[in-house]
Structures are given as structure tokens and as C-alpha cells.
Design a protein around this ligand. Structure first.
Ligand SMILES: [Zn+2]
Length: 630
């Protein structure tokens, strides 16, 4: 299953690492590198860096580092070969691997191709076909003009059994595996979508991976079918589509989400489009599943504020505990936007577009939203009503894991319900002391018959690609200072340091090993691959760090760094020489003569006219001394 080295190198070269990582984290250009919040550990200020030219990333917080292949392995949980295949797919590089492995890759490409062709076919059908007239009328009635239809590549699946299957001539296997169709009981190919308006669902880079379909509202005089079809229907999961990891419209919303640091999560595709139309182009929707852990791990890399644009009280009831957990774990703020009178965002986009932006701006913290909802439902005009409302609001407050947060709500309740805060605190402690078993929550979920759209099938809490949160404490693997600066120059300005930097100048053993690795290999990738792990980690780190810029006051950084390093190395060596000389009477004279000369050169370093010659002599002396000792 091996992939030839030339192919791997070609895949690396063909991969835009900034675009690749940009699908998981927001990156900003800083000088020659890119920087952002680390997708591998939770942090508030960016310590993650990418060097686009060399194709490496490095995190100063958790030391996660590597190239495009490492990144894909870590984020997609793939082995090396699969990671290379995935990148080859993206970059359109053909790999020379064995037949079986090649088949796998080909299959994925086939499915993506089929999905792309289907999306385009359905789209053209909606734009042009006479039978799509009712669909166009419906969309127009929802306020969608041609520009919206094109922007979101909406489509129309005609009211026929096999229009797509026969038009695209897809093989039965591709039709079935892509979820675009199936083989019916009579052994004939049949389309999965029929008489539906289609919303293509894309991966973050914009490739269609699935479809969501909505039936048209019944026409006047239309017979109501005996077995009504569900209003929405989504593609089944496939090799290219996992609903737990997919957010509708993230590919279109990404830009504004990053720019605003905020993402609006809706319930449906039409709500998303409504937000875009109302001038809030940072809305996404889950695809037939509730917002779960994996959605959070995806979103937190793009935005810190997650606005739930749906009735969080009914939809999020079961996920309440987890919302607090995720808020804390991923350091995001989950807020809830309230819409007047139970109207949905898709509707409001037409009737009152400004209200959408306003609702997002005025979104309240998750717990505040729940408390308000409870108090609004209660009767606060009587003492009995206020006591009941306070008690039921307290049980919502009790679920919050942070005692400082809880206490602020206690004071708020005390104020709004005119009750003594200390009495409320006692009550709250009683509520928190009551066991709230997890099993009970599960039972609840099935009993309430949660609709498919809201059903929460979030994975186990640890199922994400962050791993352990203990990362932050990892020590920096090497000392900073001139040695590190020199390494940066050796990586970023190899031509300028050629002949100027020598291994003897590095006092720190790790930095020296890294420098030697650079000398011994033709290019950075080869050096990083061949070096022992701690050395290659250091090299990856300096790859994403900017070397010092030139400064008119200080002169060229190469010169500066060489001088500082040289002085440090010479002083250290002089100390050693003197120490040894003191112990050996016979060589004392020779030692003294040697050190006197070295000191003279050291002094000459300060004179611009003689500095270069003195430096060369000192380097020669250091090297010679070292070989003498070895
Ligand atoms: Zn990190």
C-alpha cells in the first residue's frame, strides 16, 4: 500500500496548506506567515502559525506541528496513506499506488463527481425546465429571486421515478453509494429525490456532498396523499457525507463568520438563506440532526460567539447540560436570538429583515433566555405566582456549572420576583443536591418523541479531535535567544547565512543538531523527516517563525546574530581553556598565549574594519579546538 516518495512530495507541493487549515481555523496573515487560534487545543489568543511557502504549521501553545499530511491525519483521524490520498484528491494529483488502494480513492472521487453533476443537473432543471414552474413560483413566493437560486445552487427534482438516473447514466453502484438513488424492488434504478426543491449541502471547501429536499406546499385543489411525505428529506450518510460533521452553508458563510467572530445556527435551510438575504451572511444549519459536539469543534475554530437562531427552549432542552459543557470546553459563548411571536427567520427575512440582524445583536446568554422564558410564562402579579415562577427558574439556574454565574441569576430572580436572595440561595443548593442521573435524561428523550430535525445524537464527550486539554502546560522544547534566531535565518534566508553560520556557533545541543540537519539535507522537508523527533519539532517551529527584520540602527540581522553567537561560543570556550590550563602546569604558558590571541580577535570583532576576519579566525579556532578534543 506504499505510495512512492515522488508522489508524496508532489501532493505536498500541490497542497495549499493555508486553504486546507483554513477549513478548520480562521487564519490571518501576519508578515510572511499565517496565524490563528489553534485547532488542536483550546485557547483565547492565537499561538498557531502556518508557513505557507514551506507548508508547515506549528503551535506555540501545544507544540502541535507538521505539514499538510500531518494536519489531515490529526484532524480526520486517518493514517498516512489515507491522508495522502485525501490530499491528492483535493489537489488533483494522481497517485501511483496499488490497485486496491487506488480503487478506494477512485470511488470517493466518483461519488463527489456524481454529486457535483447531480447538483448542476437539478439546478439547471429548476432554472429552465417547464415542469419546474410550480417550484419557481413557490421560491418566488418566498422572496427568492434568480440571484438567490444561483447563489445557493438550488435545484428541482422532477416528479419522475428516474429522471436523474437516466439523464446522468450513473452506474447503480455510484447512484446507491452517493445517496442520489437506489435500485428498486423491480431491479430498476430510481432517484432518491422526487418532486422536491433541492438544497445542495457542501463541505467547507464548497464541494457538494449531499442534498436536502423540500416538498412543495400543496397546490390549491391538490389531493392530499394517503401517506404524506415528510416535509424535508436529506441524503443518507455516505463515504463523502457525515451529518454530525456537516453544517449547511458553512462554505458560503465562512468568510463572514471569520470576519465577525460570530456564527448564527439555524434550524433549516430556508432560515439560513433568510439570514443571508437580510444582510447577515454568517448563518449555517445542521442537517437533520441537533447541534452536537462535533459541530462545536468545527464552529469554535471560526467563531467565539454561537448564536442559536431557533427556539432553544424546545429544541435544546435535552442538550442543555451539554451546551454549558461545550461553552466551557470550547471557550465559546452560546447565546439565543429571540424572534417576535414565534415567527421563523425565513419568514422574517421577507416581512421584517431588520429584525433578524437585531435579534442576533440582542441575543441573550443561553441561561438568561431560559430564565426569561420561564418568568414570562409565569404570573408575576401575585405572591404565589412569583414564588412558583422563581422556583421553576431556579431549577434552570441550578443546571449551570459555574457558581458565580448561578449567583448572579439568583440576585436577578430575587429582584424580579421580590424574594429574599438568601432564601433563594438555600433553595438553589437544595436543588443542586438532588441527584440528576444521566439515565433519566436519556429516558426523557425517547418519551418526548423528539422530531428527527432536533434529535440529538451527539457523540461521546471525548469524541473530537482535540484530545486532552492538558496540552497548554507542555514546556517549550528549546531555549530562545540568538541560537533560535540563527536557526530561523538558516531556514528563511539560507543563502544569506551560507558560510556564515557554523555548527560550533550553537551552544544549545538541540539547536546545533537542528542546524546540522539543515546543512546535511538539500531541503527543509528532507531535514525535518530525517531528524530525530525533538529536532524535527524545533525545525517545524522555526519554519513558522519570522526571523528578525533588518533594522537601520542594528544593521543586518545575519551579521548581528552571528556576532552574538560567536561571542557567546568563544567566551564559553575561553572559560574551558582557562579551567583546563589551571589544572595542567606544563601547558599553562601555551594556554595563556592561545587565550591572549583569542581575546585579541574578540576585541577586533567590535571594529567594523577587522570584524569579518576576526570572526572567521574565531570560528576556525572553535572548530579546531573541538576537533582537538574529540
Ligand atoms: Zn495548539
Amino acid at each position: 500500500m506504499a505510495i512512492p516518495d515522488e508522489d508524496v512530495a508532489q501532493v505536498r507541493a500541490a497542497t495549499d496548506i493555508v486553504a486546507l487549515i483554513g477549513e478548520h481555523a480562521a487564519l490571518k496573515r501576519v508578515g510572511r506567515r499565517w496565524s490563528g487560534l489553534c485547532p488542536f487545543h483550546t485557547e483565547k489568543s492565537p499561538s498557531f502559525s502556518v508557513n505557507a511557502e514551506e507548508g508547515f504549521y506549528y503551535c506555540f501553545g501545544c507544540q502541535a506541528s507538521g505539514d499538510a499530511i500531518t494536519f489531515v491525519r490529526e484532524t480526520e483521524h486517518l493514517d498516512f496513506v489515507d491522508a495522502v490520498r485525501l490530499l491528492a484528491d483535493r489537489a488533483g494529483v494522481a497517485l501511483h499506488e496499488d490497485a486496491e488502494a487506488g480503487k478506494d480513492r477512485k470511488r470517493r472521487t466518483e461519488l463527489l463527481d456524481a454529486m457535483e453533476r447531480a447538483v448542476e443537473w437539478y439546478h439547471q432543471r429548476l432554472l429552465r425546465a417547464p415542469d419546474a414552474g410550480p417550484a419557481r413560483n413557490y421560491l418566488r413566493s418566498r422572496g427568492y429571486n434568480g440571484q438567490v437560486v444561483r447563489q445557493f445552487r438550488l435545484g428541482w427534482a422532477p416528479d419522475q421515478w428516474d429522471a436523474l438516473a437516466t439523464s446522468l447514466k450513473l452506474s447503480e453502484r455510484v447512484l446507491t453509494d452517493s445517496g442520489l438513488g437506489f435500485v428498486n424492488r423491480r431491479g430498476r434504478a430510481q432517484d432518491a429525490f422526487r418532486a422536491r426543491v433541492l438544497f445542495p449541502i457542501c463541505d467547507p471547501s464548497g464541494r457538494p456532498v449531499a442534498l436536502g429536499g423540500r416538498i412543495l406546499p400543496p397546490q390549491p385543489g391538490q389531493r392530499v396523499p394517503d401517506r404524506p411525505e415528510p416535509k424535508y428529506k436529506n441524503s443518507q450518510e455516505s463515504a463523502i457525507y457525515s451529518k454530525r460533521r456537516t453544517l449547511y452553508a458553512l462554505n458560503w458563510a465562512k468568510h463572514d463568520v471569520i470576519a465577525q467572530g460570530e456564527v448564527v445556527v439555524c434550524e433549516g435551510y430556508t432560515d439560513v438563506i433568510g439570514f443571508f438575504e437580510a444582510g447577515v451572511p454568517r448563518a449555517v444549519a445542521t442537517c437533520g440532526t441537533a447541534l452536537g459536539e462535533e459541530h462545536f469543534t468545527l464552529l469554535r475554530n471560526f467563531a467565539r460567539r454561537i448564536v442559536l437562531a431557533y427556539d432553544a427552549d424546545s429544541a435544546g432542552q435535552n442538550a442543555t447540560q451539554r451546551v454549558y459543557e461545550w461553552e466551557r470546553k470550547h471557550e465559546v459563548d452560546v447565546v439565543v436570538a429571540a424572534f417576535p411571536g414565534g415567527s421563523d427567520p425565513g419568514e422574517l427575512a421577507r416581512t421584517d429583515p431588520q429584525s433578524l440582524a437585531r435579534a442576533v445583536k440582542e441575543a441573550r446568554p443561553f441561561l438568561q433566555f431560559r430564565v426569561d422564558r420561564i418568568l414570562e410564562a409565569g404570573d408575576l402579579s401575585t405572591p404565589e405566582g412569583r414564588a412558583r415562577a422563581a422556583e421553576s427558574a431556579l431549577s434552570a439556574v441550578a443546571e449551570h456549572p459555574d457558581d458565580l454565574v448561578r449567583d448572579q441569576y439568583v440576585m436577578q430572580l430575587s429582584d424580579r420576583c421580590r424574594l429574599d436572595a438568601s432564601r433563594l440561595r438555600t433553595k438553589l443548593e437544595e436543588l443542586r443536591a438532588q441527584p440528576r442521573p444521566v439515565a433519566h435524561e436519556k429516558k426523557d428523550r425517547t418519551r418526548h418523541e423528539t422530531p428527527e430535525e432536533y434529535r440529538d445524537d451527539a457523540p461521546a464527550p471525548d469524541d473530537g479531535y482535540f484530545g486532552d486539554d492538558g496540552f497548554d502546560a507542555a514546556p517549550t522544547p528549546t531555549r530562545s535567544g540568538p541560537g533560535l534566531e540563527a536557526l530561523k535565518l538558516a531556514v528563511h534566508r539560507p543563502a544569506d547565512v551560507a558560510g556564515r553560520l557554523q555548527p560550533v556557533l550553537f551552544v544549545d545541543p538541540l539547536q546545533r543538531q537542528a542546524f546540522v540537519a539543515l546543512l546535511e539535507h538539500d531541503d527543509l522537508h528532507a531535514a525535518i523527516e530525517a531528524a530525530p523527533p525533538e529536532v524535527s519539532l524545533l525545525l517545524r517551529r522555526v519554519t513558522v517563525e519570522e526571523p528578525l527584520a533588518g533594522d537601520p540602527e542594528l544593521g543586518d540581522p545575519v551579521e548581528l546574530v552571528v556576532m552574538v553567537l560567536l561571542r557567546e561560543a568563544v567566551r564559553r570556550a575561553l572559560g574551558d581553556v582557562e579551567k583546563q590550563a589551571r589544572g595542567l602546569d606544563a601547558s599553562w604558558q601555551a594556554g595563556a598565549a592561545e587565550t591572549a590571541e583569542v581575546r585579541l580577535w574578540l576585541a577586533e570583532l567590535a571594529e567594523p574594519a577587522s570584524a569579518r576576519i576576526a570572526a572567521d579566525r574565531l570560528v576556525a579556532w572553535l572548530s579546531e579546538r573541538e576537533s582537538r578534543e574529540a
